[in-house]
Design a protein around this ligand. Structure first.
Ligand code: ITT
Length: 198
């Protein structure tokens, strides 16, 4: 059994990672599971890649084990790719997502058709016990909806209309979202890279 620490405090990411890579020989544990929730991680990178590496390395430096981290966010083209790497901090970390989502809808009130294009981006960084770092990226294209729709998922899911699913991520089942999501794609890319290395 290979234990992999996921350097995240976000329970929703944790749940999706466990759903996406379901293997009897891999156990994903969270910072909370490992008693590492209080470790200070300074996410001061300018890119998803930098922040994912910062998160994974901060924890790997302490544990010396395999650590992965997910840095992700929503890029809205009409807003020059905001909130992007600042997705969690956008309008304040503790602001409810319904407020953030409705603010984005309001900012896009004059945007029509292709002007509403957006994507979710996810970068997974994996730090190996020898210090080797691998990063993979996954993206999923969509549009910003005219209103929040659906109750599943988290964060910006109610306003992200997936081109492929024809509905918001929050209207989709876990299986539907995970099969095409930015996180699903980044993790599958990581899995393929690691398999090739063995
Ligand atoms: P950790 O850094 O502890 O992993 P975080 O939530 O702060 O948790 P990020 O800095 O990577 O993570 O911010 C990502 C934000 O982007 C997240 O809080 C959501 O607002 C948004 N996001 C990422 N993936 C998403 C998804 O699948 N559905 C909806 N929103 C998502």
């Amino acid at each position: 059994m290979t234990k992999i620490i996921v350097a995240t405090g976000n329970e929703n990411k944790m749940k999706e990672i466990r759903q996406i890579i379901k293997r009897d020989d891999i156990q994903f544990v969270s910072l909370k599971d490992e008693g590492l929730s209080d470790v200070e991680i300074v996410e001061d990178g300018d890119t998803f890649e930098e922040n994912a590496i910062i998160k994974a390395k901060t924890i790997a430096d302490i544990t010396g084990t395999i650590v992965i981290a997910d840095d992700s966010g929503l890029e809205v083209d009409y807003l020059d790719k905001a909130p992007g790497v600042y997705s969690a901090r956008y309008m304040g970390e503790d602001t409810p997502y319904t407020v953030k989502n409705n603010h984005i809808i309001e900012l896009l009130k004059d945007a029509r058709g292709v002007e509403r294009s957006a994507r979710f981006v996810c970068v997974i960084a994996c730090v190996m016990p020898d210090g080797n770092v691998i990063t993979t990226r996954g993206t999923i294209e969509g549009q910003i909806g005219y209103e929040e729709k659906g109750e599943n998922g988290f964060g910006y899911d109610p306003i992200f209309l997936s081109d492929e699913l024809g509905k918001t991520f929050a209207e989709s089942s876990d299986e539907e979202k995970n099969s095409i999501s930015h996180r699903g794609r980044a993790l599958k890319n990581l899995y393929d890279k690691l398999k090739k290395m063995n």
